[in-house]
Design a protein around this ligand. Structure first.
Ligand SMILES: [Zn+2]
Ligand SMILES: [Zn+2]
Length: 265
């Protein structure tokens, strides 16, 4: 399994996951044109993408679906509430593959588990993607958890991130920087920091600290707010947990940035 983040932050989120049998996107929150450019930089193209998995309908996660009209072979996986919300803004009908939140299903050599996350969208989810077999020398089982856009981290998330090699998790804002931000009105700040808003650096620290699994190899901190967070603030909030997880790498993805490929094998 190979993985890279194409882009992260409120201007758009998308990640690329590749196995022997599938090449999929997790979220597609850019214009299809911009997404095509990001994929080209990653050595591939929309023509080679098999499927998109949507966490929720917000534009910074689903904007490219409109532009997929020219790529009817791409299957779009979402739960019914998310699909309905996205479809309402589309001028075409993509190849929807509807799953029920909480179920486990297969796509080619990928096993996908969805689970609810608390966020102000219709039915937002996180995903765990797994591939390979336990004990297989050439294709050992590897898992990646993807959870972004969540106001807080309920305990049911623990089981979904414990046995993964890779975790992608939102570190949206630093509470002090959010409070001091002169641009956002009070109501927006309440929304962001609320139970169904976005996860703070402190929130990620608490989640990772509560599970602290020896299986973790790499953790991506994503969806950083451009104005209300900095990589340095994330670094500072996570310093202690980072020191206690010596075998795990931390990749803080700045607002608007992507990452090179990481090989999970
Ligand atoms: Zn959202
Ligand atoms: Zn978002």
């Amino acid at each position: 399994m190979r993985f890279c983040i194409l882009g992260s932050g409120s201007s758009g989120n998308s990640a690329l996951l590749q196995t022997e049998g599938a090449r999929v996107l997790v979220d597609a929150g850019f214009s299809a044109r911009k997404l095509a450019g990001l994929l080209e930089a990653a050595g591939t193209s929309l023509g080679q993408i098999d499927a998109v998995f949507l966490t929720h309908e917000h534009g910074d996660h689903a904007a490219a679906v409109e532009g997929l009209r020219k790529f009817p072979h791409i299957r779009v996986f979402a739960n019914a509430a998310t699909a309905r919300a996205v479809q309402a803004g589309l001028s075409h009908r993509p190849d929807w593959q509807i799953f029920e939140t909480g179920t486990r299903f297969l796509f080619r050599d990928l096993e996908i588990q969805s689970f609810t996350v608390p966020h102000d969208a219709q039915e937002p989810v996180g995903f765990r993607f797994s591939s390979g077999r336990e004990g297989d020398l050439f294709a050992p089982r590897r898992s990646l958890a993807y959870l972004t856009d969540l106001g807080h981290a309920p305990a049911h998330l623990h089981e979904h991130i414990r046995d993964c090699e890779v975790i992608v998790v939102e570190a949206n804002h630093c509470p002090e920087l959010l409070k001091a931000d002169p641009k956002r009105p009070w109501s927006t700040k309440q929304r962001i920091s609320g139970r169904h808003g976005h996860l703070s650096n402190e929130g990620v620290r608490a989640l990772l600290g509560a599970v602290s699994s020896p299986r973790w190899r790499r953790i991506y901190l994503t969806h950083l707010s451009r104005d209300c967070n900095t990589p340095a603030a994330v670094e500072q909030a996570l310093a202690e947990i980072r020191a206690s997880l010596a075998a795990c790498e931390f990749a803080i993805v700045g607002a608007g940035e992507g990452t090179p490929f990481y090989d999970l094998a």
